[in-house]
Design a protein. Structure first.
Length: 295
């Protein structure tokens, strides 16, 4: 009897858990569509910016703008500091989503340290912040207020100090670690170098070469476009990571819901077999008792 009560308790517990995971799956599915729309909307603008910069930038201009200039290596007296911006989520229950991002950031940090750089680490999201605080690594900045609805204003707040430090010659590079949104089922952790800016080469550009009539000159236009390009790369990292989080959580919660259903089926079969055996035993005892009275 006690075993039957324990089975009933487990069944109720798993049923309640399945309701929670199913609800979370539905919530993530609804949020994923809006996050996907933000990703799709950000990509054409980024492609257009990259195309215009690639058309306008010349070797002469690359030497004039700090954001395009490649700094000297550490061995030759270049900046010793390199920045890494890690974008994670504030919440868990998304499978290996955040752990993959953290592993990618740890890998990139190790590569830069092997080259002789000191790392200036910036983190967005509670999961990344918690990991590096636990491992006693100092953070240059941390943000937990962006959440899963990033805006261009958030990107500007993140990137402005980095641009200023790079232009001042304090940073050798700025890398962003984020989840590249390929599909809801595929969000690989990716590292992209945003500073110095690397404009696409003529071989990488698609379509024909544009013949621009420039007013003002190319240098003034490039001076305006370069910060926009860097901000847009940060914004894309934020929106793609947000979409990837919802995709990963939907997949994780669907798997959890399916697993809960399988466990429930097993527990119900076990409970029914036990109940049937108990009823059979009680019937046998009644029949045995009746036979003993008649004898």
């Amino acid at each position: 009897m006690a075993k039957s009560r324990a089975l009933k308790g487990r069944i109720r517990s798993i049923q309640n858990t399945r309701k929670i995971t199913r609800t979370m799956e539905l919530v993530s599915t609804s949020k994923l569509k809006r996050a996907q729309d933000r990703v799709v909307a950000a990509r054409p603008y980024a492609a257009a910016l990259a195309g215009v910069i690639a058309d306008l930038v010349t070797p002469e201009l690359m030497e004039r703008f700090p954001l395009l200039r490649q700094p000297a290596p550490v061995a030759k007296g270049g900046p010793r500091m390199a920045a890494v911006l890690l974008i994670t989520s504030n919440r868990g229950l998304a499978g290996g989503f955040n752990s993959n991002l953290i592993k990618e950031a740890v890998k990139r940090i190790a590569q830069l340290e092997a080259q002789g750089y000191t790392i200036e680490l910036h983190c967005v999201g509670k999961k990344g912040i918690g990991y590096f605080k636990y491992h006693r690594r100092q953070l240059a900045s941390q943000r937990i207020d962006i959440g899963d609805k990033p805006t261009s204003a958030h990107a500007i707040e993140l990137v402005q100090p980095l641009i200023a430090s790079y232009e001042a010659g304090k940073l050798a590079s700025v890398d962003v670690v984020y989840a590249k949104f390929v599909s809801p089922m595929s969000t690989p952790a990716t590292t992209v170098r945003v500073l110095p800016v690397s404009a696409p080469s003529s071989q990488q550009k698609s379509g024909k070469q544009h013949d621009y009539i420039l007013k003002p000159g190319a240098d003034e236009i490039v001076a305006q476009l370069l910060p926009l390009y860097v901000r847009n790369m940060i914004y894309r990292g934020l929106v793609e990571t947000a979409a990837g989080e919802h995709g990963a959580r939907r997949t994780a919660m669907k798997n959890a819901t399916d697993n809960a259903g399988e466990i429930l089926d097993l527990l119900k079969r076990t409970f029914n077999r036990q109940r049937q055996a108990q009823i059979t035993q009680e019937i046998a005892e009644i029949v045995g008792g009746a036979a003993a009275l008649q004898g």
